[in-house]
Ligand binder design. Structure first.
Ligand code: NAP
Length: 354
């Protein structure tokens, strides 16, 4: 299969302030090692981290070696499994989180933007026949980021989602609920039994309610903090996921004015949160910055991708949200999708079929 693989290569870091320059070219086919699978990619989604200008690559992914194959969100068919993999077989339709740019992996064979990608088996979920590859591809990085923030012990440390969640009196606040990360956070928290209060622009209120949010507040309202404190009421606030620029200040203010664990997990990575955190600081409120890849190394990754998601997608307890917009077909169209992403999306994920 070696001569059949094709990748969207990022030959070098790129120039400061300019977008990354990609080139489609042949790539080696890498067989799966133990606890890995190879997937024939059928659809990928794009994320802001996929097209960083040169100087940001040095800051966000300083370890990344070039030429690189980037991309995190994959849906496709399993074509080969490594030793020790018993839960997946060739032919299975799956989605998976690709970790090629992760510091521990840093390997072109594991980047999403190619025909054959190597994935870590416990970060892959079978998908039901009713779920298209295009729609399934919206999930991985946003799901992983939300799950890391909600469930890892160094972030909110909440109870994990299950097929039959027990209703809890505690509330989870998702600031930025209509983002891809927020769409997953709302559903994960609901499937763990928590009441969810979320923010978005008003045109997305019904969307957030359809995902399970009990209450929705306009994130731009001048009274949003007070409204949310009132909505949480006396019941404890189990924790807050702060998503989107400017989310940390109101999230911390709300945590300081409510009862509960007073933990805020920011979807900005640790170094951004450390810079922005001090402005938001309030006594007793603990802020942490999420890196959406850390869950692969602890119980949260397999807890979501192996134990929870496959059945939840099959029963309809979990939706692949937000809606996918297919931008084009073929690896060469991914740069167009990244350009379009830089223009902004609302409750939507840009996808390219491969
Ligand atoms: N730490 C990590 O590992 C990691 C991984 C993935 C993403 N992220 C970060 O998480 C954030 C969300 O990423 P995403 O891909 O989920 O976003 P996305 O889907 O592209 O977000 C689009 C949504 O953002 C909302 N939005 C725009 N500005 C906002 C703000 N200032 N506050 C709250 N919401 C805002 C808009 O909501 P309305 O239209 O309703 O206003 C829109 O629906 C980004 O900052 C991204 O860099 C971090």
């Amino acid at each position: 299969m070696s001569d059949q693989n094709v990748a969207l290569w990022l030959p070098r870091q790129g120039l400061p302030k300019r977008g990354a320059r990609f080139e489609v070219g042949s790539a080696p086919y890498t067989p799966p090692a133990a606890n890995e699978v190879v997937v024939r990619v059928r659809a990928v989604a794009v994320n802001p981290v996929d097209a960083l200008p040169g100087f940001l690559y040095r800051v966000v992914l300083p370890w990344l070696t070039f030429p690189a194959v980037v991309g995190s969100d994959v849906a496709g068919e399993v074509v080969a499994v490594g030793t020790g993999v018993t839960r997946l077989r060739p032919g299975d339709r799956v989605l998976g989180h690709a970790f090629g740019v992760e510091k521990s992996q840093n390997r072109a064979a594991e980047g999403a933007f190619q025909h054959y990608v190597v994935l870590i088996q416990h970060m892959v979920s079978p998908i039901p026949g009713s779920l298209s590859f295009e729609q399934a591809a919206v999930l991985p990085l946003a799901l992983s980021t939300a799950a890391t923030g909600l469930f890892q012990q160094d972030h909110l440390g909440l109870a994990m989602p299950t097929a039959e969640p027990v209703e809890r009196s505690e509330t989870v606040l998702v600031w930025g609920g209509s983002t891809s990360v927020g769409s997953n956070a709302i559903q994960l928290a609901r499937n763990a039994g928590y009441r969810v209060v979320a923010t978005a622009s008003p045109h997305n209120f019904d969307y957030l309610r359809s995902l399970g949010a009990a209450e929705v507040v306009d994130r731009r309202s001048r009274t949003a903090v007070g409204e949310i404190v009132d909505l949480i009421g006396a019941g404890p606030l189990a924790g807050t996921l702060a998503i989107g620029s400017g989310s940390l200040v109101p999230a911390v203010a709300i945590a300081s004015r409510t009862t509960g664990g007073k933990r805020v997990a920011s979807a900005q990575p640790g170094w951004v949160t450390r810079i922005r955190g001090p402005r938001a600081r309030r006594p007793g409120v603990r802020v942490s910055g999420i890196w959406g890849g850390t869950l692969k190394d602890n119980e949260v990754g397999p807890g979501i991708y192996v134990d929870f998601l496959p059945a939840a997608l099959a029963t309809g307890a979990y939706r692949a949200a937000p809606d996918a917009t297919v931008v084009g077909h073929g690896l060469a169209r991914i740069p167009d999708a990244l350009r379009r992403l830089r223009g902004g999306v609302s409750a939507n994920k840009l996808v390219v079929t491969v």
